[in-house]
Design a protein around this ligand. Structure first.
Ligand SMILES: Cc1ncc(COP(=O)(O)O)c(C=O)c1O
Length: 396
């Protein structure tokens, strides 16, 4: 199930939802202006959003889409994935990452993650490469970038396409390089809970002109180049179809919100970073808790604040911990249920838990706390108090 039920949580007075989009009057008037303009689907706002986004991360091409799932799908299409190929995907991520590989009748080869960052383990990825491997997906879990140097080396050595799942990553970086500019292609998400939102939406980013061209065509039914112009004064009714594509284009309503959100991306990030520091100061003092790491070469986007429980020091499990927080009006979530444990993947591939010791152990003890720019200091304090209180009541 998508995050919507647990992620956004109920909007009840006195409760702190897991996520809340930061929508201000500028966002609202940007959207209203587009609606009033009479041009509501893909058009000038979408092109402007693409230009601004590409400029912001420093990529040559950006294609605005209906979701990050669509962006991952088009990324795999652009690198020429075929039935029977393999794509290396960490098991500790959202199900979309494996699902898009199945769209091609290709195989998602699931691998374990690193214990500190929970991002794909380069050693596990290297060990998973076969003659059929075509791509490697680097998921920047929670907004901490995966270890891109060794992953790039593996991709280069074996001729694989390195695809960044940057759904959580904006505006993070790795060794001074912006998220989404390190792999061959990258997919960003603008889902309601993400670091900038368009309600639903995504962006595919690449420096590879051929991939960009293919993705743009496939995003709109496989219609030949610039078909979208047929909707504008500069186009005609005539178009050709060069491949059986998809309907993944972004609307101008979404793009207007995206542009307005992008303009305050840094301000929103700064607030989340302050909240992360406050959480880590408070929870770093509590021996039953483990706070998230940020490696020195990484700027964390703080999409998620993933706290871990030292379960042997507590007499509750993670699920009960979350329930106690909920009773106190604090809505936490879990990222992620390892993909190999889902019925479909278990029945299709039969991966044993023992193949993913880190993901399985960490899944038992992770919880994601509310962290969003609209949180007040009082709300942050309430989360700290609630978490500390639950720990105090359950020391083993
Ligand atoms: C890591 C990751 N990748 C991809 C996606 C898919 O994003 P979207 O909902 O925009 O399709 C998500 C969504 O939550 C995600 O968490």
């Amino acid at each position: 199930m998508h995050e919507i039920t647990t992620a956004l949580g109920p909007d009840r007075p006195g409760e702190i939802p897991f996520a809340r989009p930061d929508i201000d009057e500028d966002d609202i008037s940007a959207v209203v202006n587009v609606i009033r303009s009479g041009w509501i689907t893909t058009g000038p706002e979408t092109r402007e959003f693409e230009r601004s986004f590409a400029g912001r991360v420093g990529a040559k091409h950006a294609i605005a889409l209906s979701s990050a799932t669509a962006a991952l799908h088009l990324a795999l299409d652009a690198v020429g994935l075929r039935a029977g190929d393999e794509v290396i995907v960490p098991t500790f991520t959202f199900t979309a990452c494996a699902e898009v590989v199945r769209y091609f009748d290709a195989t998602p080869v699931l691998v374990d993650v690193e214990p500190d960052t929970l991002c794909v383990d380069p050693a596990a990825a290297r060990a998973a490469v076969t003659a059929r491997t075509r791509a490697l997906m680097a998921v920047h879990l929670g907004g901490h970038l995966a270890d891109m140097d060794p992953l790039t080396k593996i991709a280069d050595a074996h001729g694989l396409s390195l695809i960044e799942d940057a759904a959580h990553g904006l505006p993070g970086s790795y060794k001074g390089r912006a998220v989404g500019t390190i792999g061959r292609l990258a997919a960003f998400s603008f889902y309601a809970t993400k670091t900038i939102t368009t309600g639903e939406g995504g962006m595919l980013v690449t420096d590879d002109a051929e991939c960009a061209e293919r993705a743009r065509i496939m995003s709109l039914h496989g219609m030949s180049k610039d078909a979208w112009k047929r909707y504008t004064g500069s186009g005609t009714w005539r178009y050709d179809v060069v491949a059986p594509g998809f309907k993944y284009n972004m609307t101008d309503i979404q793009a207007a919100l995206g542009l307005s959100q992008l303009a305050k991306c840094d301000r929103m990030w700064q607030r989340r970073a302050v909240i992360a520091v406050r959480y880590s100061r408070a929870f770093g003092e509590i021996s039953e808790l483990e706070v998230p790491v940020t490696r020195p070469e990484v700027v964390h986007s703080w999409h998620l604040y993933v706290l871990r429980l030292h379960l042997h020091r507590l007499d509750v499990d993670r699920d009960a911990f979350i329930e106690e927080l909920r009773a106190l009006g604090i809505h936490a979530s879990v990222h992620f249920i390892p993909i190999h444990t889902f019925t479909y993947y278990r029945e299709t591939y039969g991966y044993p838990d023992s193949a993913f010791p880190v993901a399985c152990a960490e899944f038992q003890r992770v919880l994601s706390l509310p962290i969003y720019s609209g949180m007040t200091d009082i709300e942050v304090d309430r989360v700290i108090e609630a978490v500390s209180g639950v720990v105090s009541g359950h020391r083993a």
